[in-house]
Unconditional design. Structure first.
Length: 153
């Protein structure tokens, strides 16, 4: 299996794990703040925001251009805040629908990038890994931990 195929497969598997981590949560639980100023809802908005940003980056790589100008995403905290602020007031059901749509488009954009850009050090690899499988697993683990009952209960 090629590097690209493995990365695409890992992204889909990890996305399923993310969905499993939030499965069964109601709107109130999704909005409950527990990670700094965020709840599950904001985590999912942030993931979708990075999908959208990296879709454009992957499309540029597919055209033979740099993913984005150096320094564009250096301030992750500012970008994360911007993504969440842009979705203030959006219904949780719409946040979930956007998460699914943005994942499909993110993976679709990656499929259109030539294989050579997914080898270690390739122009698409870091953008795809950063917003894909590793990102999903990081947040799925946080959500699963948050959902665990406190010891002794």
């Amino acid at each position: 299996m090629s590097d690209k195929a493995k990365l695409l497969q890992e992204a889909d598997q990890a996305f399923t794990e993310l969905h499993q981590a939030v499965d069964g949560l109601g709107d109130e639980q999704m909005r409950r703040v527990w990670l700094g100023t965020w709840g599950v809802r904001e985590i999912l908005i942030h993931i979708s925001g990075w999908h959208r940003a990296m879709i454009a980056a992957l499309q540029q790589v597919a055209r033979g251009e740099p993913a984005f100008p150096v320094g564009t995403y250096d301030d992750f905290d500012a970008w994360n805040a911007r993504f969440v602020q842009q979705k203030t007031g959006v219904k949780t059901t719409d946040v979930l629908a956007e998460l699914d749509a943005s994942h499909r488009e993110f993976v679709g954009a990656a499929r259109a990038v030539p294989e050579l850009h997914f080898v270690p050090g390739g122009a698409a690899r870091q953008s795809f890994e950063g917003a894909g499988a590793g990102h999903y697993r990081e947040h799925a683990a946080q959500i699963r931990e948050w959902r665990q009952p406190p010891p002794g209960r």
